[in-house]
Structure formats: C-alpha cells, structure tokens
Design a protein around this ligand. Structure first.
Ligand code: ADP
Ligand code: MG
Length: 247
C-alpha cells in the first residue's frame, strides 16, 4: 500500500505526516516541501519523479535521516526519527537505511569485497560472519567472481551493483536510491533495475527511488510525482492553480 493523502493506518512501514522543508538562501525562504504526506508498506517499490529542483533529493534525505524537516513527522517501523538527537539518528541510519546514489561512492583503494564489508566493520560480527554476509550479497548482485577487483577494474553497471551490495549487506529496513541509473547506459540501467526488482520480489525489500527516466520509473510498482511541495499519484498533476502556486 502506498498513499499520499495521509490516510494510511498503523500498518505503514513508513509514515510521513505534514512534512515541510524550507531552506533559506540569501535571507529568502525557499519552501520545498509543503504539507507532504506519504505512507509506504513493507515490500513496496516506489518511484518518485518530478522536475529538477522540485525537492526529490530533499525528500530522500529527510526519509534517510540525513537532514531534519522544518515541520511534520517521519515514522519508520514505529520510530519517529524527526525528534532524534543526531547521535541517535546516526545509529538509526546505520541500522535501517541503505543508500544508493547516482555516483557510486565506492572507495577506490578498496576491493569490491572490502567496500561491501565496510558497513559491517561497525558491528559486532566476527570476521567469518562478515565474510558470509559479504559473499552472500555479492552473489545476489551477480559479482561473486569480481569480489577482489578494485572499482576501476569494474564497469559502471558493476560498480553500481557493488554499491547495492553495500547498501543491503547490513539488511536495512529500506533502501533509498537517488537517480541510481543516472550515470548508466541503457543496458547497465536495465541490469540495475532488474536487481532492484529482484530485491523487492525475492528478498521483500522496500525500495524508494528517485528517477527522471520514465522507463526506469515504470519498473517500480507505484510512481509518485512531486509537485508544488506535495506528492501526487499516477499521471502528472496538471492542476488549475494559476496563481499563488509559489513555485
Ligand atoms: P531535486 O532533487 O528534485 O532536483 P532538490 O531536493 O535537490 O531537488 O532541491 C529542491 C530545492 O531546494 C531547489 O530549489 C534547491 O536549490 C533547494 N535546495 C536544496 N538543498 C538546499 C540547501 N542545502 N540550501 C538551500 N537550498 C537548497
Ligand atoms: Mg536531486
């Protein structure tokens, strides 16, 4: 279940209520999100679309606890993250969120294996346990035979699949992907999307993804459009707000 009108019940994995985010630039307020609501159940695959500058990245950063809203609440699996201290939030993020960005953000001097192992170094897992987890996720993403390669020895699509392995290795509650195929050719983009679909279908992951590519968005179960600070379902909203839209 995915809802944008604030009517979702207690069963929502992610519950966003009346979310505002206002930046200020040169003393001028910039209202990016304005009363945004969202409910997402576990196992959903949601795509967010919207014009450049509409606040897609802002929304993902808020959902991932990388930034704090001006107003409103975000609750994930019963934890309201909007009032957590920054140290609590860091802990929450490590436990619950897997991030996948457009730029792969792999560490160039570490192998694929070592990049994926990185988040586990913060846990109490033994070396053998870490190895088991890393090998499992590298085989899920189809790179078991590349684990000792360095990022420069991999294609863009393979690098992005290492990033996905790193994002899922600690078994997070949900994945946030910001333009995950933005730097990839069509074939690599298809491979990355097939992998995200498999994570949802087979591994029951919850995936929230920003994309500007309609072919990529079509792979998700639900597409939501960000317009004038709120989310709108289905077809692009072409409302009759003539004046005062504040865009
Ligand atoms: P999108 O990802 O949809 O392109 P963003 O969320 O990056 O949009 O940005 C939404 C709006 O907020 C833009 O007008 C952007 O310039 C502004 N913005 C984003 N981050 C900041 C910031 N840290 N300070 C001031 N303005 C920001
Ligand atoms: Mg963006």
């Amino acid at each position: 279940m995915v809802k944008v009108d604030g009517s979702g019940g207690q069963s929502s994995l992610i519950q966003v209520r009346d979310l505002d985010k206002t930046y200020s630039r040169g003393g001028q307020p910039i209202d990016v999100l304005q009363g945004l609501n969202l409910d997402v159940s576990q196992g959903e695959f949601v795509a967010f679309m919207g014009p450049s500058g509409s606040g897609k990245t802002t929304l993902l950063n808020l959902l991932g606890g990388l930034d704090v809203p001006t107003r409103g609440s975000i609750t994930v699996a019963g934890d309201e993250i909007t009032h957590m201290s920054s140290s609590k939030l860091t802990e929450w993020r490590a436990r619950h969120v897997g991030f996948i960005f457009q730029m792969y953000n792999l560490i160039p001097v570490l192998t694929a294996y070592q990049n994926v192992e990185l988040p586990l170094l913060l846990t109490k897992l033994s070396k053998a346990e870490r190895r088991a987890h890393v090998e499992t996720v590298l085989s899920i993403v189809g790179l078991a035979d590349r684990m000792h390669h360095f990022p420069r020895q991999l294609s863009g699509g393979q690098e992005q699949r290492v990033t996905i392995a790193r994002a899922i290795v600690s078994d997070p509650t949900f994945l946030l992907c910001d333009e995950p195929t933005g730097d990839l050719d069509r074939k690599s983009a298809d491979e990355v999307m097939a992998l995200l679909e498999e994570l949802v279908a087979t591994h029951h992951k919850t995936v929230l993804m920003v994309t500007h590519d309609p072919l990529v968005a079509a792979r998700a179960q639900t597409t939501l459009h960000l317009e004038k600070g709120v989310l709108v379902e289905g077809k692009k909203y072409s409302g009759e707000i003539a004046a005062g839209g504040g865009a």
